[in-house]
Design a protein. Structure first.
Length: 202
């Protein structure tokens, strides 16, 4: 059942679920904004977490907890700093995939359409990223052999809808959440420097 997003209420539920994260949560600025853009879901710049209330209001409370925990995990795992030298699109998918599998293992309720790569469970984001790079190279080679030239965006390796990218898309350096439309989730849209990878649920 859809539930109007109350960031303080969801924060308390996440702390209850992950008490060891309370210090991190208390030092993260939580910013709720309103946007009609479907790519704007939730995202982080490594210091703050941005929540689009229009998106969060479409989820039930358990899914809202998932999105909050997802974005928090991007900060805890230092995904933005670890993104140096990597393709933002693939890195967003890789980080979203790893986080989502861990949250699913914790029996949290993932919103529909988020990245769900089962082999990412207990793997590092770098390991998943390498696999995605290999897949993209295989697709590029196949396209070249078929005379199609360079691979376009639609050929990018992507699972289920992309990233917690959508996990949100990224317009800079942030990690998006769940709506995979781009780079860092999540739950990935980002405003400014993504929100400071990502979608969004991602």
């Amino acid at each position: 059942m859809k539930k109007k997003f109350n960031v303080e209420k969801i924060k308390k539920k996440v702390i209850s679920r992950y008490p060891l994260m309370v210090s991190l949560i208390d030092n993260v600025e939580l910013i709720v904004f309103e946007s009609q853009d479907a790519q704007d879901t939730a995202f982080t710049d490594g210091k703050s977490i941005y929540f689009n209330s229009k998106f969060l209001d479409t989820l039930d409370e358990k899914e809202q907890v998932f999105v909050f925990a997802h974005e928090l995990a991007h900060i805890a795992l230092d995904h933005i700093m670890r993104s140096d030298g990597k393709d933002p699109y693939l890195w967003n998918i890789a980080t979203d995939a790893v986080i989502n599998q861990e949250l699913l293992r914790d029996r949290l309720s993932m919103p529909e359409g988020c990245i769900n790569i089962k082999e990412a469970l207990s793997r590092s984001a770098e390991w998943v990223y390498k696999k995605l790079e290999q897949k993209r190279q295989e697709l590029q080679q196949k396209n070249a052999e078929n005379g199609q030239g360079n691979q376009n965006d639609n050929d990018q390796p992507q699972n289920s809808q992309g990233g917690q990218g959508g996990q949100g898309n990224q317009n800079g350096q942030g990690q998006s959440s769940q709506n995979s439309q781009g780079g860092q989730s999540g739950q990935s849209g980002q405003q400014g420097g993504q929100g400071g990878q990502s979608g969004g649920q991602n």
